[in-house]
Design a protein around this ligand. Structure first.
Ligand code: ZN
Ligand code: FE
Ligand code: FE
Ligand code: ZN
Length: 270
């Protein structure tokens, strides 16, 4: 049983609820040994100080976020390990800006996400319509092109929701298979891990990220795994962890990773 959850948000992002401390209490209640806070990084690649208050914390909120997580680490020491992480968007051409933004803090784990594709969000309400207007093959191909660059950038420890554009049920079309394969190869070559996330089970697509066949290909390529819920409410902490562990095992994995100060340690699945 994996007793870790490496993807948990806080109310600072504007679309999560509950007190940060309640996420830790939920982790304790569910018998988790480690919970990594990984709130959305300020939208450093868009103009203005707070380009979308409903999507991410502001730059000004980042120090307070770090402080709150470190205080919870102290408070819960010996009961559950609270890790300092962040979910950082990959934005092509803005790699140095992200490096600078992350540099002042001692992160345990940095998640890399591609949410912004071809000038818009791929996972926001309304994104399903983009598959009609812009073409699903184009969006998926462009998404995977960016994800491969994120993998190779060296900025991230873990890639999140590997097949995110399926969120609303727009499954990856055959035309985008080569781009997907290139992203798998880029992940394997870079040594980055990939999360197995229960969040997809709560969305319209109703399956884990990544899908079972894709997860099997990632495992076969030697990509290490991390377990996550992508919680946006205390009730979601550790949610579906039996499912994600079972998915990892079915995909042929025998281990998952934990992180401290961005250094990975493999742990057995049991
Ligand atoms: Zn979010
Ligand atoms: Fe995300
Ligand atoms: Fe997230
Ligand atoms: Zn996420």
């Amino acid at each position: 049983m994996a007793v870790t959850d490496y993807h948990v948000h806080t109310a600072r992002c504007g679309h999560a609820g509950g007190a940060t401390r309640d996420y830790v209490l939920a982790a304790l209640e569910r018998g988790l040994r480690e919970v990594a806070f990984t709130d959305h990084v300020p939208l450093y690649f868009l103009p203005g100080d707070d380009p979308d208050p409903g999507l991410a914390m502001t730059r000004a909120e980042l120090p307070g976020y770090v402080e709150e997580v470190l205080a919870l680490r102290e408070e819960f020491a010996g009961r559950v390990d609270v890790l300092l992480g962040i979910e950082a968007d990959y934005a092509e051409g803005h790699e140095e800006a992200l490096r600078d933004l992350l540099a002042p803090y001692d992160w345990d784990v940095v998640l890399g996400s591609v949410h912004f594709v071809a000038g818009g969000w791929i996972d926001a309400p309304g994104a399903a319509a983009r598959h009609e207007t812009e073409g699903s093959a184009f969006l998926w191909t462009e998404y995977y092109r960016l994800l491969a660059k994120a993998a190779s950038s060296g900025l991230f420890d873990v890639l999140t929701h590997f097949d995110l554009p399926k969120k609303f049920g727009n499954l990856r079309p055959a035309e985008a298979a080569p781009a997907e394969e290139a992203a798998v190869r880029a992940a394997a070559a870079s040594g980055v891990a990939v999360e197995v996330s229960s969040a997809g089970l709560r969305k319209a697509v109703a399956e884990e990220y990544p899908s079972p066949p894709l997860l099997a290909r990632l495992v076969a390529a030697g990509v290490p795994l991390v377990f996550s819920s992508d919680s946006h409410a205390p009730a979601e902490v550790g949610w579906g962890r039996d499912r994600v562990v079972a998915a990892a095992r079915a995909a042929g994995a025998t281990s998952h990773l934990t992180f401290r100060r961005r250094r990975a340690t493999p742990r057995p699945l049991v």
